[in-house]
Design a binder for this molecule. Structure first.
Ligand code: A3P
Length: 295
């Protein structure tokens, strides 16, 4: 008998109750044992919150604004994705282990799943959050084009799954709250996508300061120009178009989709919006963390 073929869209597997992409879950032991180094910089986000954007900004900082250096490799090589694992491709941990120092590490893990060595080594961390309505919409289209995810089904059902935390990497609400609470005891800069959209130069200066780099206006300007949505959409080293189409199919929805704040208004019905708002109140009760739904 022929072995059963891997389904093209594998079901999620929970890791300590958090739904995870199947291949990632199967490689979990390697992630948990990962040894961070004191000069690692962790870039943490819930999916679709501007991870690629902040990663490109930080890589530009690490390369002193040298665009040619940043264009030598795709973003997923320059900033390896810690928990990434897909058969026949080097895992995130393998990529990271090839670097000796000054590593940039991307993760989508909720705070409770981060490998302990990041805390033990007191690594610096940059967290970027985005309002949940735009995240849900962006995630819905990403689920469709990135085939490591289960089929998202219709939008209305996906939105319910999102509110229930039954999507890969689990609950957005717990993710943003968990990292927000942790920032008090950690060397962490907590950023917002909407602030970056509103005034990228101001936010880039914050990152430079946090990293202890000189505040060169020339560098800020070079980074701001290189990391606009229009630039990154065209940049093959940032737009994920180097990924094979059986993994990411940009003809279904491009990775660099719209890059705006407030796109949720074109997707949510009035009823969905009311349901979402009521649920948001419950899930975000007691936190001083606030999001802007438009700018
Ligand atoms: P949309 O789907 O709303 O367009 P991540 O990198 O975390 O997966 O996030 C992807 C989202 O960030 C996508 O949102 C993408 O278009 C947006 N994005 C990527 N680069 C951006 C940039 N330079 N400026 C604004 N948004 C950007």
């Amino acid at each position: 008998m022929q072995p059963a073929k891997e389904p093209p869209r594998p079901a999620m597997i929970p890791i300590r109750g958090v739904p995870m992409i199947k291949h990632f879950a199967e490689n979990w032991g390697e992630v948990e044992r990962f040894q961070a180094q004191p000069d690692d910089l962790l870039i943490s986000t819930y999916p679709k919150s501007g991870t690629t954007w902040i990663s490109e900004i930080i890589d530009m900082i690490y390369n002193d604004g040298d665009i040619e250096k940043c264009k030598q490799d795709p973003i997923y090589m320059r900033v390896p994705f810690l928990e990434f694992a897909v058969p026949d491709i080097p895992t995130g941990v393998e990529l990271l282990q090839k670097r000796s120092s000054q590593r940039l590490v991307k993760t989508h893990l909720p705070v409770q799943l981060l490998p302990p060595s990041f805390w033990e080594k007191d690594c610096k961390m940059i967290y970027m959050a985005r309002n949940p309505k735009d995240v849900a919409v962006s995630y819905y289209y990403f689920y469709q084009m990135a085939k490591v995810h289960p089929d998202p089904g219709p939008w209305d059902k996906f939105l319910d799954d999102f509110m229930a935390g039954e999507v890969t990497f689990g609950s957005w609400y717990q993710h943003v709250r968990g990292w927000w609470d942790k920032r008090k005891e950690q060397r962490m800069l907590y950023l917002f996508y909407e602030d970056m959209k509103e005034d990228p130069r101001r936010e880039i200066r914050k990152v430079l300061e946090f990293l202890g780099r000189p505040l060169s206006e020339e560098l800020v300007e070079a980074i701001a120009r290189h990391t606009t949505f229009a630039e990154m959409q065209q940049n093959f080293m940032a737009n994920y178009r180097t990924i094979p189409t059986n993994v990411m199919d940009h003809s279904i929805s491009p990775f660099m989709r719209k890059g705006v704040t407030g796109d949720w208004k074109t997707q949510f019905t009035v009823a969905q919006n009311e349901r979402f708002d009521a649920n948001y109140e419950r899930q975000m009760e007691g936190t001083d963390l606030c999001f802007r739904l438009e700018i």
